[in-house]
Design a protein around this ligand. Sequence first.
Ligand code: M6R
Length: 368
Amino acid sequence: EKGGWSSFMAKEISEEPEAVANTILGRVVDGQAVLPELEGLDGMLAGIDRVIVIACGTASYSGLVGKYAIEKWARVPVEVELSHEFRYREPVLNERTLVVSISQSGETMDTLMAVKYAIANGARTLSICNTQGATIARESDAVVYTHAGPEVAVASTKAFVAQITALYLFGLHLARVRGTLDAETSAHQLAELQGIPAKIEQVLGNGEEITQLAKWMSDSRAVLFLGRHVGYPIALEGALKLKELAYIHAEGFAAGELKHGPIALIEPGQPVFVIVPSPRDPNSLHAKVVSNIQEIRARGARILAIAEEGDVAVLPFADEVIRIPLAAPLFEPLLTVIPLQLFAMELATAKGLDVDQPRNLAKSVTVE
Ligand code: M6R
C-alpha cells in the first residue's frame, strides 16, 4: 500500500535511505566487506580476469557506476553491456570471465537469456537481484540480493540505489579476495558508504525546491543532462527518468563529449542539468565541468547544477543550484540521482500524468 504517499514512486523514493542501509546490513565485518553469499567462491573470484555486467535500462546504469568502483578497487577490467546486445554478438567468454547480471525483478527476459548464454558459453555468473527466488537469481552460480524491498512503481528508484550499493560492496569484497586494496582504505570506503543513508535523507529534505523547479519547467520540450566520471551514468539515468515519466525528450551525455557533437543542440533557453563533480575530486574533473558549464552558458543554456555544498565556483554560471552533502567522490551517485528522480516525478505530476504507471511500459519486461 501507498501508506499516505501520493504514489508508489513517492513512497519508494522516501525509502531510499533504508534501501541503501538494508543492502549494507550484515555485510561489513571488522571494517571489511564480506558477502556471505559468496562464501566458497574466493578461488574463482581471485582467478577471474574480466567482469562483464549485463542489464537493461536503469539497472545497466547502476552497472556503469559499479564499473568505476570495481576497476579502481579490484583492478579487474569491467565491461558493461545491455543484455540484448551482449548475446547476439558472440562475446568471448571463458571460465575466467565473471558475468554479473543486475535486475530488480530478476525476470527481465533479455537479461535472463543473456545469463543462460553466458552459462552455456563457459562463463561464471553472479546475479544482483532485488526479488527473492527470481528466475535470474536461480539460474546464476551465486546471487547477491539487494534489500530495497518490493518496488511497485514502473520507474526504478530505490532498487537503483540498492544496486549501486551492492556493486560497491561487491567491488570491496572482490578487492579483499584479490588483495588489491589495503584494509585501511577499504574500511575507510565502507565507513563513507555507511554514512550515505543519512545524507540521502538530507537531500530528500530539500525536495520542495525541486517541486518548484519542476512546475516552472513543465512545458519544457527537451532537457539535456551532463555528467562526467560517475556523474555520467547519473546523467543517463536522469534522462531516462524524464523520458519514461514525463514523456519529454531527454538525453544524457558525458560532459567531455560536448565538443564532439552535442554542443550543437544548445540554443537560448535550453535547460541543461549538470552533475558537477566535487571540487575535492582527485582527477580535477570539477574544473573541466565548470568550464563546460561556461561554454554552454555562453550559448544561452539554462544551467541547473547539482553541486556539492560549499562549491561556489558554479554560482556565477548556474541558474539554479541543487545542493548535495559532501561525500567521497565515488559515492556521489547515491546522492546526485535523488534530485533527478524527484524532478522527473514532480514534472510528470505537474503535467497530470500517472507516475506509477507511465504509458506503454510494464514493470518487468518478460518478453524479448
Ligand atoms: O527488473 P529489471 O531491473 O531487470 O528491469 C530493467 C529495466 O527494464 C528497468 O530498469 C527500466 O529501465 C525501468 N522502467 C527504469 O525506470
